[in-house]
Design a protein around this ligand. Structure first.
Ligand code: HPA
Length: 267
């Protein structure tokens, strides 16, 4: 663990209390709202040296530590994307801090485009696996043998099973599927979407994959849920824009929140 992560964790504990954090959430575009529902202490990223600027509109760039459904959580209200800085490891420090605060699980959320007609705008998808279509890796440059991270079952089977059980119990329709990471920031071409669909992806987005690789590297169990904000390029006449993503994210976000809260209640 980096010295910086240890120092930041100590600083965060001084502000938010010593009780160990049980789980972290990373919130995607238009999904920042749940950060406001935690009963706890909010620390702007700008007060956490080395944290990303999270300069993407629709994000809520603060770390909130506190209680949600009786579980001690750390909610990252915004994330850094590869496309902002050209750094694949931009979320390494926040994840190191999460580990240092005691969490052994993280659930990432994101907005994504769908390649499946039966997974329309407003639906949610639990990631079963991913395809790193960007070819980038957040562990490039990591000097230790720990860099050779196994990625089978990277999306923790036990957490996924629990998330699906909660969704079923709450009568929330949650699909299961493969997410392809495309670097962005431009959206995909229809030809790229046809290609990744053929390769086995069900949804596409510009985040999450580097965070899941980093989480596994740090020994954190990972899961992720996409909210579908549009059909992917060429799949429909629906608009594809960041404005559209932010406008559509709240539809899936309501379902996502039910699943996340239900999961916490079962802790
Ligand atoms: N592609 C990539 N990222 C996205 C999309 C998309 O269609 N929708 C929301 N985020």
């Amino acid at each position: 663990m980096s010295k910086n992560a240890k120092a930041l964790a100590a600083d965060i504990r001084a502000k938010a209390g010593d009780a160990p954090v049980q789980i972290g959430f990373i919130l995607g575009s238009g999904l920042g709202h749940i950060a406001n529902e935690v009963d706890g202490v909010a620390i702007p990223y700008s007060d956490l040296p080395g944290f990303p600027h999270a300069g993407v509109s629709g994000h809520n760039p603060k770390l909130v530590i506190g209680d949600l459904e009786g579980v001690r959580v750390a909610v990252f209200g915004g994330r850094a994307h590869y496309y902002e800085s050209g750094r694949g490891d931009a979320m390494r420090l926040p994840l190191e801090v999460l580990r240092e605060l005691g969490a052994d699980r993280v659930i990432a959320t994101n907005a994504a485009g769908s390649m499946q007609a039966n997974m329309p705008t407003g639906s949610i998808m639990c990631l079963s696996d991913h395809i790193n279509f960007s070819g980038l890796n957040p562990l490039i440059g990591e000097p230790t043998d720990a860099r050779f991270v196994p990625m089978k079952d990277a999306y923790d089977p036990a957490i996924r099973t629990a998330l699906h059980a909660v969704a079923d119990a709450a009568e929330v329709d949650m699909a299961d599927g493969v997410y392809a990471w495309y670097s962005g920031p431009s959206f995909e071409t229809p030809a790229e979407i046809r290609a990744i669909k053929m390769l086995g992806a069900d949804a596409v987005g510009m985040s999450t994959v580097p965070e899941v690789i980093l989480a596994r590297f740090l020994g954190i169990r990972a899961a992720a849920i996409s909210t579908i904000t549009n059909m992917a390029a060429g799949m429909s006449d629906e608009a594809i824009s960041h404005e559209h993503t932010k406008a559509m994210a709240p539809i899936g976000a309501a379902k996502l929140e039910k699943v996340l809260r239900g999961y916490l209640r079962g802790f």
